[in-house]
Design a protein around this ligand. Sequence first.
Ligand SMILES: Cc1cc2nc3c(=O)[nH]c(=O)nc-3n(C[C@H](O)[C@H](O)[C@H](O)COP(=O)(O)OP(=O)(O)OC[C@H]3O[C@@H](n4cnc5c(N)ncnc54)[C@H](O)[C@@H]3O)c2cc1C
Length: 384
Amino acid sequence: MEKVFCSIVGGGVVGCAIAYELSQKYQGIFLFEKNRYLGEEQSGRNSGVIHAGIYYKPGSLKSRLCVEGNRLIYRFCAENGVAALRIGKIIVATNSDEEQIIKRLLIRAKRNGVPGVHLIDGAEVAAFQPGVKAVSALHLPTTGIVNAATLIKTLAKLARMNGVSILTQATVSGISVREERLEVRVLYGNGKEERFLSEWVVNAAGLYSDEVARLADSEETYKIIPFRGEYYYYNAVSADLEVKTNVYPAPVLVKVGTKERYDVGVHLTPTFGLESDGRERLSKRILVGPLGRVISHKNDYQTGRLPPEEFISRVQPFFPVLRVENLRLEYAGIQAKPAHTDDFTIKRSRIHPHMINLVGIDSPGLTSSLAVAKFVALLFKDSE
Ligand SMILES: Cc1cc2nc3c(=O)[nH]c(=O)nc-3n(C[C@H](O)[C@H](O)[C@H](O)COP(=O)(O)OP(=O)(O)OC[C@H]3O[C@@H](n4cnc5c(N)ncnc54)[C@H](O)[C@@H]3O)c2cc1C
């Protein structure tokens, strides 16, 4: 049995960010990913938005790690050649009820320490993003977009350069305490099994983080509710369809599990395209979504996909130029919504202080990933 310093379960953006962060200080780190490629689940199927941090309860982990993660991600991307652009965002109000919602969000933005958020009127909205109709909007200058696939690849590359072993088609199938360490059982795609005696285990298994927590402690009560978000896209073939910023509706409160939380709603998000010079720039492909709902299975991306009319009915109130015939079917992603809280959970397991569970890292987990990694690294430091 191989003796290692740390086993990380899950090769999404969070697992990769943790591997990179820890690798700057420690050796003997292994990352296990059950799929063939890194980032095939939540991390590769999202809006790619670098959130500013205004939706989350003041003082929550989400609010703190999102605001810090926003700052860290722009810096990391600039230093490492990852496409990220601070294109801003508007959250539009189309009537007086929605104006009340965005005014409440402005107060929350201030309490969360989000820089630069301010109200603009309908004329300013139209000047900022032609085609958008609103009575007013919140403008968030620190929101942006990132190419999540390139971010994950870069984090993994840097982690590998620092000595991390990243194994794919490697499913963690058991975790138990042995000789005061944690024995991690890994089942490979070729049917072989291997055991790693780890000083630390980090559970960054996304949708399966509740199940991985229970591999170690059968009494663990975490429950992840799969929440599917579906997308369409359109190509901005004419100037009136062009969108250069993130355009979001006023959010609505939805209940998932026992907790109410803001659903950001169907929004318009510009994406990156690869140019002939090998550089990534804003493309004409605009994401429309996600339209979200609870589903029964953690890996059901297709059953009962919603028709384009559902998306148009949500977007037309603020972007009337968009038509059903513009929309093309795009991917769906499934968020890991925790039933027990609307916040991130990052906690030591009861069975061993060196087993750390990250449960319910749903949105804004992409934005927060580098800050989450620093938070986890501090738990390692506290134990030294
Ligand atoms: C539709 C949608 C839109 C979103 N939009 C945004 C956004 O715009 N901005 C933002 O900041 N966030 C957004 N998010 C949230 C963000 O994508 C996630 O918070 C983030 O990707 C979580 O990363 P992760 O690494 O924790 O999880 P994941 O990416 O799900 O990675 C977990 C990994 O663990 C692996 N795994 C599971 N069990 C095992 C096991 N037993 N052994 C080995 N490997 C295992 C899985 O295969 C998976 O690859 C969105 C999410 C969705 C689904």
